[in-house]
Design a protein around this ligand. Sequence first.
Ligand code: ZN
Length: 103
Amino acid sequence: MPCPDCAAERARGASFCGKCFGLFRSPEAPGLLERLARWLPRRRRRQDRDAAPPIAVETRVEEVFEVVDANTGETRRYRSLDELPPELREAVESARRGMRSRR
Ligand SMILES: [Zn+2]
């Protein structure tokens, strides 16, 4: 039986093609390379099937903005950018844009 990939003559008992090095698939008595080649993709496929990772990681980033009023010295805490008054939010966002563009 010739090589299924390049049609080169198949040496008797060879587990891979001598011309294109493609592995021959023989269900009966597979060679070492063929068994290895079967084992590797199967391992990968099994990992794809069990898509759930062994551990669950949850990442949360929390921001706290402390704004000191220059007139009263009073500190106000905001726990998200959305809580900030619009003018402060704009100041924070433009400062961040500036930091990003400088990198
Ligand atoms: Zn071949």
